[in-house]
Design a protein around this ligand. Structure first.
Ligand SMILES: O=C(O)CCC(=O)C(=O)O
Length: 300
């Protein structure tokens, strides 16, 4: 069902939609973000969801904590994900996309499949840039917590967060900025001046088909290689008589418990280390922390 919200076009392809996200939906999203940030800071976040800014960036203000879903970006570059590096959009953010769709922020065929959550501390900023071309246009940004300014234009002047440009306007709490047309580049850039207080934004973008296909091929090949490595390791252990052949695990567990050959090393101890070989796409339902161990160790 569509819903009409006030909006206006600020330049070609740049549309600010006001009051799209209800207070209740904002609260749920902020609760989710807080929980994900806490996990990230504690080092228990699943996959490569959380990124902390480098110390040097924190000092200048050009740094912010980020949560990423559906794609992993670093310095405005989209990186291919081996194995389970990123999770897809969580259900709560899919529900937010439904809200944006109902408000006609974008059309169904433009539905984004990635999100970066930027957490701006007071004083943090982003330099002038054009979003990576690996993402389709349009993309859109939801603003939460505080209203802050953004600058758009071909000629953005200034430094260290004191940006000035042809177009400067405020993105209100609960608003959504749709960036397409000339506003999305390649000559028009945008920059975030120093935030006057904390702000959390969610930028939704859709990976281009070519990039998506290339990354999927890399992910499947990587998962298959991990699976093959795990099988070779298992066969080597079996040959050394340390582990039961596939399908006879309970027997080996019993043997280990009973103090059989190999003891604690027989099955459980490191048999799970290479278990993440499935070429299944990662999902919020099936994500397994053993997969994370494989990724964290760089063996995935
Ligand atoms: O936070 C915003 O409003 C925009 C963020 C942005 O430009 C980016 O992540 O590239």
């Amino acid at each position: 069902m569509s819903r009409s919200v006030a909006c206006h076009e600020l330049m070609d392809g740049l549309i600010l939609h006001h009051d799209v996200v209800s207070a209740e939906q904002q609260r749920k999203i902020l609760d989710f973000v807080a929980q994900q940030l806490a996990a990230g800071r504690a080092g228990t976040a699943k996959a490569k969801t959380y990124t902390a800014p480098p110390e040097t960036w924190l000092r200048t203000g050009q740094g912010r904590e980020m949560l990423q879903y559906g794609a992993f970006t670093k310095c405005n570059k989209v990186l291919p994900c081996r194995h389970t590096h990123v999770l897809p959009l969580p259900p709560l953010l899919e529900a937010l996309l439904d809200t944006l769709l109902a408000a006609r922020v974008f059309e169904p065929f433009e539905r984004p499949d990635t999100c970066v959550v930027n957490v701006y501390a007071p004083g943090s900023w982003i330099p002038p840039h054009v979003d990576s071309e690996a993402f389709e246009r349009p993309f859109c940004t939801v603003s939460l917590v505080s209203a802050q300014h953004v600058v758009f234009g071909d000629a953005i002047a200034g430094e260290h967060g004191d940006w000035d440009g042809p177009l400067r306007f405020e993105m209100g709490i609960g608003s959504v900025l749709r960036v397409g047309g000339l506003a999305a580049g390649p000559t028009c850039r945008h920059a975030l001046p120093r935030a006057t207080s904390q702000r959390i934004s969610l930028t939704f973008r859709r990976l281009g088909r070519e990039t998506r296909d290339r990354f999927e091929a890399i992910r499947v090949a990587s998962a298959e290689a991990a699976s093959a490595r795990a099988e070779r390791r298992r066969q080597a252990k079996t040959a050394r008589g340390r582990v039961a052949p596939a399908g006879n695990v309970s027997c080996a567990v019993r043997s280990a418990r009973e103090g059989g050959e190999g003891g604690a090393n027989a099955v459980g101890a490191d048999d799970g280390e290479e278990s993440g070989g499935s070429p299944l796409a990662p999902s919020w339902d099936v994500f397994d922390d053993e997969d994370e161990a494989v990724v964290a160790s760089g063996r995935g």
